[in-house]
Design a binder for this molecule. Sequence first.
Ligand code: ZN
Length: 93
Amino acid sequence: MAEYQYRCPVCGPWSARLPMGTAEAARECPGCGRSSARRYTAPALNRMPATQARLRLREEASRDAPEVVTAVPPAVRRRPVVSDPRRATLPRP
Ligand SMILES: [Zn+2]
């Protein structure tokens, strides 16, 4: 099923869900019954957030052309562990 857009001269735009390829150039408006011309619009494509799209492209590219690493990546800096004096009283394994 696909959603097709029509424009009624009285009621304005409306849409109909029809099997693909069965949309006529004009259909009867469900509101007033007048002939409504079909509007040609872009297909309803889903767009994902830019960050997600960038990561997806990078992941797909790594399948065919992975990035070559020539050095060991730097260590991740960890936050210093704040010692809690109550930890000293906990039983040791
Ligand atoms: Zn109408």
